[in-house]
Design a protein. Structure first.
Length: 202
């Protein structure tokens, strides 16, 4: 292919795609709507990844460096795809920056959105200050300050982790995210290492 390949999304999947293509000599254009690459692990401040145990900022940071610094990867941050037309091997993509790029193919790596816990008020999120999401726990762990109760800053003695909130439900998303269980186990281990009694409910 002589034309570059368009990759939409600069998270882990998009970064891996860009690096793989460039390694094989294929130019690509990586478009990310945020002003930085890395996706949720970087933007949400994840702590350590499972199963590797590597800090997200290191693992994903390395992916960012490998892709962004490759001569065959053209990175466009702060941009979205506004139009896409053409036929196999010959497409034109319009970007929100006003640029138009000719590409041979497109790879969609648009990531995911965290479940909004406000949609499940029965578990107390948004009502009780010390009911937090796993993303907030990740941010606490990665900050280096440890897990603290938002209400008063104290270290909790006991923590309950609730799984499947927003998943596997008859009236909502019926599937499994396949992310919650390993994250809960990782967080429970970290909390127990810090002397916090942790129970996982599923």
């Amino acid at each position: 292919m002589t034309k570059p390949i368009l990759i939409v999304g600069g998270g882990p999947a998009g970064l891996a795609a860009a690096h793989s293509l460039a390694t094989f000599g294929q130019a690509c254009i990586l478009v990310e709507k945020e002003d930085r690459l890395g996706g949720a692990p970087i933007l949400e401040g994840y702590a350590k990844l499972v199963p590797s145990g590597e800090w997200a900022k290191d693992a994903i940071g390395g992916m960012v460096d490998r892709a962004a610094n490759h001569e065959l990867v053209d990175v466009r941050t702060g941009a979205t795809v506004t139009s896409f037309s053409g036929e196999a091997g010959n497409f034109a993509a319009g970007l929100s920056s006003g640029d138009s790029v000719d590409v041979s193919a497109a790879i969609l790596c648009t990531g995911f959105t965290h479940f909004d816990s406000n949609n499940k008020p029965e578990w107390g999120f948004g009502t009780y200050p010390d009911v937090v999401t796993t993303s907030q726990v990740e941010q606490m762990i990665s900050s280096g300050k440890g897990v603290r109760c938002p209400s008063d800053g104290r270290k909790p003695q006991r923590v309950a982790i609730l799984l499947c909130v927003g998943s596997r439900e008859e009236d909502g998303f019926t599937g499994c995210s396949r992310y919650c269980c390993p994250t809960a186990i990782k967080q429970a281990i970290k909390l127990n290492e810090r002397g916090i009694d942790t129970t996982i409910f599923y």
